[in-house]
Every structure is written in C-alpha cells, then in structure tokens.
Design a protein around this ligand. Structure first.
Ligand SMILES: [Zn+2]
Length: 116
C-alpha cells in the first residue's frame, strides 16, 4: 500500500512541509517515481517508529542532554548541583550549561527516610 504526500497529510494531520522534512531525514519514497512522491505505508511506519525511538533515547543516571553537542553528555566533574527539582551542570565536552528535571523516583531516593 502506498500513499502520496497529500494523502499522508490528511491521514496523519501533518502539513506537506513536515512530510518533505521526513523525506530529507530518511523517509524512503517508492524508487523510481518523482513528484508526486509515493511512500509505502510500511516504510512510513518504520520511519516513524525509529524517529520515536531516537527522541525517547533515555538519559543515563549521570547524563544530561547537551544542546551544544546535541547528544547526551556527562557533566564536568564538580559542576553538578541541584537547584529546586532541577539538576544543573556544565557539559564535560563543550562546557555548555545543561539541566535536567529530577524524576520523582530519583527525588524519592534523595530524601531521607523517616519511617522505617
Ligand atoms: Zn556539549
């Protein structure tokens, strides 16, 4: 099953620019056809799934997402501090300021337990 770009925009509720950005970032079109492009439903599904997984890329315990490097980075030694419910630090690679929200589960572990 294949779709044209305009079919996709109405099915997915996105605009044409979004679809062409997807094509630029790896969404396969049916080989050999030029405008109007055709896209296989299965290719679209695979593309959206991998896009989703990339976005979700979970940060490890000691990592921040660095907007300088555009990837998860560790904080410079000694630069990490907790401000409210945020943890802040400087990127160990490019020194850009980074911050992340402390997840409730982590906060829980930072609190001393009064009831045993
Ligand atoms: Zn960085």
């Amino acid at each position: 099953m294949s779709y044209t770009v305009s079919e996709l925009t109405s099915i997915l509720g996105v605009n044409e620019k979004t679809v062409s950005r997807w094509m630029e970032s790896g969404l396969k079109t049916v080989a050999g056809c030029s405008k109007p492009y055709l896209i296989y439903g299965s290719d679209l599904q695979a593309f959206l799934k991998s896009k989703d997984e990339k976005r979700k890329a979970p940060l490890k315990q000691n990592e921040f997402f660095c907007f300088g490097c555009k990837r998860p980075r560790r904080a410079k030694r000694g630069s990490k501090k907790v401000v409210g419910d945020k943890e802040k630090g400087l990127c160990a690679v490019c020194s850009v300021k980074m911050s992340r929200t402390i997840k409730p589960s982590q906060k829980y572990y930072q609190k001393p337990l009064f009831q045993m």
